[in-house]
Design a protein around this ligand. Structure first.
Ligand SMILES: Nc1nc2c(ncn2[C@@H]2O[C@H](COP(=O)(O)OP(=O)(O)OP(=O)(O)O)[C@@H](O)[C@H]2O)c(=O)[nH]1
Ligand SMILES: [Mg+2]
Length: 328
């Protein structure tokens, strides 16, 4: 490897991580293989890239063979985090995906409009969240595959209707999640739950907060329930608090953005690396490539908590907005 990470390699690596299909992944990996200098020091990395290319080729072949058998509830995670929007009928789940993404799930005045999940990407500043619209849930029936999808997701958005029995909807949804052994992260699990549980990040979104009176009702809801979960009131129809919703989603997701830079050049401020809050420089390097984590000597950082170009070591805790120049 050269002393510093070539930016074009990082760009190709980014394309690899964001690629959706095996074909796109193969194309990005082939590019990475073409970029890295060929000498002893990069033997392992070259072998690893070749291994990954052949793995994706196999996948691509299998996919062509098996085709359509994949469940509609298996939606590959994309973007910074996958957020599953759940809730009772008619609360505005489809409206939210319809208004914030390019997807167009059906929206209608009557309940039980949605019968299958629909994903879409919602832009927040320079990152994207994957929002998944789902059919309404109730104690009477839930597709087991839908339960598994909720368990796999990074974040659950509980969507409620301010104009309905709001407290009832809230309590019902939490008890339904508890029956699936899904609990808000950081809360105590009841003693009688014997099988493994699924602690999840949860954001409560109360929709149809169209006017001042509705804002008061939302405040009353928060007071009466003493809600500890993060909760935001919005109106999709009026466009109220939509940015606040995205901001809350970002906060709940517990991630930060860092930007890469090559010495002597301007940083790439367009496509951040998204990493977990409290990640170290070493975690970031490992996310880029395990070889980079191994060879990492130090980094220079530009950011809020450091002076410009400050030299930091592996255990440095990254901050949101940090610009990082990795030295190997
Ligand atoms: N007043 C008001 N109505 C809204 C708002 N957002 C959505 N609606 C209406 O609520 C109704 C239901 O919206 P949907 O998005 O279909 O709700 P859903 O939760 O996907 O419904 P199901 O798929 O049946 O579970 C539609 O008539 C929407 O126009 C809002 O902010 N205020
Ligand atoms: Mg719907």
């Amino acid at each position: 490897m050269p002393a510093n990470l070539p930016q074009i390699y990082l760009d190709a690596e980014k394309r690899y991580r964001e690629a959706r299909t095996p074909e796109e992944k193969i194309a990005a990996l082939e590019e990475m293989l073409a970029i890295i200098p060929k000498h002893k020091g990069t033997d392992k990395l070259q072998a690893d890239l070749k291994h990954r290319i052949s793995k994706h080729r196999e996948q691509s072949q299998k996919k062509k063979g098996a085709a359509v058998s994949k469940s509609i509830y298996h939606i590959d995670r994309e973007g910074a985090a996958q957020a599953i929007i759940i809730g009772p009928p008619n609360t505005g789940k489809s409206s939210l995906v319809e208004s914030l993404t390019k997807a167009s799930p059906e929206v209608a005045e009557f309940p039980h409009t949605t019968h299958k999940p629909t994903p879409g990407m919602a832009l927040y500043e320079d990152i994207q969240f994957q929002l998944i619209d789902t059919p309404p849930i109730s104690h009477e029936y839930m597709d087991p595959e839908m339960a598994d999808m909720i368990r796999r997701g990074d974040i659950i958005i509980i969507m409620l209707d301010l104009k309905a029995d709001l407290i009832g909807q809230y309590e019902d949804t939490l008890s339904l999640l508890a029956s699936l052994r899904i609990f808000p992260e950081g809360t105590d699990i009841p003693d009688d739950v014997r099988r493994p549980c699924f602690p999840k990040k949860i954001l409560v979104v109360v929709n149809k907060m169209d006017n001042e009176k509705d804002r008061e009702d939302f405040a009353v809801f928060k007071e009466l329930t003493g809600i500890k979960l993060p909760a935001v009131g919005i109106s999709i129809l009026q466009g109220n608090n939509i940015q606040e919703f995205l901001q809350a989603l970002y906060t709940v997701s517990n991630i930060i953005r860092v930007y890469s830079k090559t010495p002597g050049k301007d940083p790439d401020m367009k496509e951040p690396f998204v990493i977990r809050k409290d990640s170290t420089l070493e975690d970031l390097a490992a996310k880029i490539h395990k070889d980079i984590a191994q060879k990492l000597k130090f980094a220079r950082i530009w950011g809020k908590a450091v002076h410009d170009g400050q030299m930091v070591q592996r255990d440095y805790i990254m901050n949101d907005g940090d610009i990082v120049e990795i030295h190997l």
